[in-house]
Design a protein around this ligand. Structure first.
Ligand code: NAP
Length: 324
């Protein structure tokens, strides 16, 4: 079987996790890596046995041996690197948050659609065994219609103005980086919210360091999300219907089990897996490419854009000058 050939842009923390997960995925290999520095590309190439090493992104985009680009830079660069890769004829898997705002997300989606190329936001949660189980349990009606989602993801980080999470120029802040997981869960379970009410605490560097939002979804359904970079929180989620609820334990974006509670009792379902779990989203890209799909049915571009719109709506209420 011919392997799908990947190029990685941004050889940082998550790119290393991706390269480890590639060992567990079916039918792919990383053939090239691009950094802003040749030295760092060489180091990543040595570490993971990658033959192509580039000191700039354009050279990777021009590499005829690359089928699909994984954009793993900070979010400030996602639009530029995704558009450049698509314009060079490559399929793209772009890390979350897909973009800094919905306007960028729409431009990226339009480029892929115009070129007939595959594009997906790397919301890996949706491909994990726990999220597959969650979808099945809801579809089976075990908790009734889902009416509420409560979801939290955050952790205390020492305020470091050099770290990307505290840098506005790199798209830092809790909301875009961490809050996207509770928000995407609300979208996945309850649909697109009609209204959003949010409060946020902005830190010294100008990024949001605490956020709480209530999402009003169609048919009287509510999502309640919290995220932050200051408090130690439980990082769990709970999906409730009239007949019961489903608990996602910490960390709610990548749990290894889930518990369903109904009047009949509680059942904990094992959802453990090998490795860091990123192999499931890689498998999805491979499956979609093999089937000639330009979007994943599990993480379609319409969902990505809708999630970006919700993040924009929250952001506009907590950063009064941040719209656009
Ligand atoms: N799926 C997940 O669970 C998960 C987890 C963590 C992060 N993420 C997402 O993945 C992305 C990267 O996060 P990370 O923690 O891996 O970040 P990171 O290590 O700070 O940065 C990734 C790499 O991007 C390059 N880079 C940094 N700043 C850049 C800039 N201004 N322009 C171009 N390239 C730049 C750097 O490589 P060079 O300097 O060598 O070019 C860096 O090593 C973010 O969007 C983040 O939200 C996802």
């Amino acid at each position: 079987m011919t392997k799908i050939r990947w190029g990685v842009v941004g050889p940082g923390a998550i790119a290393a996790g991706f390269a480890e997960a590639m060992q567990l995925a079916d039918g792919g290999e990383i053939v090239a890596v691009a950094s802003r520095s040749q030295e760092r590309a060489e180091a990543f190439g040595d570490r993971f046995g990658i033959p192509g090493r580039y000191g700039d992104h354009a050279a990777l985009a021009a590499d005829p041996d690359v089928d699909v680009v994984y954009v793993a830079t900070p979010q400030s660069e996602h639009e530029a690197f995704t558009l450049a890769s698509l314009r060079a004829g490559k399929h793209v898997l772009c890390e979350k948050p897909f973009a800094l705002n919905a306007a960028q997300a729409r431009r990226m989606a339009a480029e892929a659609q115009a070129r007939g190329l595959f594009l997906m936001e790397a919301i890996w949660s949706r491909f994990l065994p726990a999220y597959r189980s969650l979808t099945e349990i809801i579809a089976a009606g075990r908790i009734g219609e889902p009416l509420q989602v409560r979801a939290d993801f955050g952790f205390p980080m020492p305020a470091d103005p050099e770290h990307r999470l505290f840098r506005p120029d790199l798209g830092g802040g809790a909301l875009l980086d961490l809050g996207i997981y509770p928000v995407q869960l609300c979208h996945m379970v309850l649909g697109i919210p009609e209204r959003v009410v949010a409060h946020g605490v902005i830190g010294e560097t100008g990024v949001d360091e605490q956020v709480a939002a209530v999402l009003r979804h169609p048919d009287d359904r509510l999502g309640v999300v919290t995220t932050g970079l200051r408090a130690s929180t439980d990082c769990t989620a709970c999906i409730s219907g009239a007949a019961g609820w489903i608990d996602l334990p910490a960390f709610m974006h990548c749990p290894q089990a889930l518990t369903v509670t109904t009047p009949a009792g509680s059942e904990t379902i094992d959802a453990s897996h090998e490795g860091n779990g990123m192999q499931f989203e890689i498998d999805e890209v491979h499956r979609c490419l093999a089937e000639g799909l330009t979007e994943s049915p599990t993480m379609p571009l319409a969902d990505t854009i809708a999630i970006a719109e919700t993040l924009d709506a929250i952001g506009a209420q907590i950063h009064p000058a941040a719209e656009g």
